[in-house]
Design a protein around this ligand. Structure first.
Ligand code: ZN
Length: 310
């Protein structure tokens, strides 16, 4: 069974038709079901993504089998992607497990070292029919323990040089997004540098651009969590209208993790608080899965504009 595809065709289409493909992080079966279920229902292409932390939580074999089955059932293009690969060893492990796309994140390294490791990963992956996402510039914030405190915008000229020297298939850039739920301080205005994005596109026409840390931090879910015993302080995300503008431009992949965590946690808390006698795990985990799916459908229709493309 090999129902999973690479991102090549979906990105070409996203670039040409001015939409973006959602890339959603999963750590268990119910999230894969919610993500692919939303894609099937809206006829959207979708990217399932996992990091080394996912592989620590559970053997990758379970996830690949579930993802393949989900993709076969969905009948829309589904890619399986390694998020924030640290080195060639990690990349090898995920490719041999069945991943169709990998990211090598050398953005914390000196420029020449980032080029060297990214090129090494591209050579290895391309030989095996796997596509590669590189990263240039520093996307701030914390995603598990990934990321840094300092935000540095991607230099468009350097991006053009980087792509030419590495052969990456797509590039994650820093234009104002940030990892995690606490992206901005209260009073700080979240802003995407769409001018930088335009400049990168003019120097690299046709290259799919990736946005990390692009959760919107839905205030509905923050409120639900806080109402039912949780404590999330003044979290702010990227405004949906800015993401929609980016999706119409060269951005072909938008990463979302935090929003799924907020939706799932809120729904689980709500059931457990409203029905304190519940011990049937399907009741609350199932409610979490349903809420995540609803939120993803919302994004596919209103932000990514990927609905109805397949
Ligand atoms: Zn990221």
């Amino acid at each position: 069974m090999n129902s999973l595809v690479t991102t090549k065709e979906m990105f070409e289409r996203a670039y040409r038709e001015h939409f973006a493909v959602g890339a959603f992080n999963f750590n268990h079966m119910e999230l894969i079901q919610a993500i692919v279920g939303a894609a099937a229902e809206t006829r959207s292409p979708v990217i399932l993504q996992a990091s080394s932390f996912t592989a620590k939580y559970s053997d990758l074999g379970y996830f690949v089998a579930i993802a393949e089955y989900a993709a076969e059932k969905a009948k829309v293009p589904v890619a399986l992607h390694l998020d924030h690969g640290e080195d060639l060893e990690t990349v090898k492990k995920f490719i041999s497990a069945g991943f169709t796309s990998v990211m090598i994140d050398g953005s914390h390294l000196p420029y020449d070292e980032n080029i060297a490791v990214t090129k090494e990963v591209c050579d290895y992956s391309h030989e095996r029919g796997v596509v590669v996402e590189g990263e240039l510039g520093t996307i701030s914030g914390i995603e598990d323990s990934i990321g840094s405190e300092i935000g540095l915008y991607t230099d468009p000229e350097q991006a053009a040089d980087f792509v030419a020297r590495t052969g990456v298939d797509s590039l994650a850039v820093a234009i104002g997004t940030s990892h995690g739920a606490y992206k901005f301080k209260p009073g700080q205005d979240p802003k995407l540098r769409l001018d930088l994005l335009d400049r990168i596109e003019s120097l690299l026409p046709g290259l799919p651009i990736v946005l990390h840390g692009a959760s919107s931090v839905d205030q509905r879910d923050v409120e639900i969590i806080n109402t039912y015993g949780g404590k999330i302080d003044s979290a702010i995300g990227i405004p949906p209208e800015m993401l929609r503008e980016a999706a119409k431009k060269a951005v072909c992949k938008v990463n979302v993790d935090t929003d799924l965590r907020l939706a799932m946690t809120g729904a689980v808390r709500e059931v457990l608080c409203k029905e304190p006698g519940v011990i049937d795990t399907r009741k609350y985990i199932g409610a979490g899965r349903e809420r995540v799916k609803e939120r993803i459908i919302d994004k596919m229709e209103k932000i990514l504009l990927s609905a109805g493309r397949y």
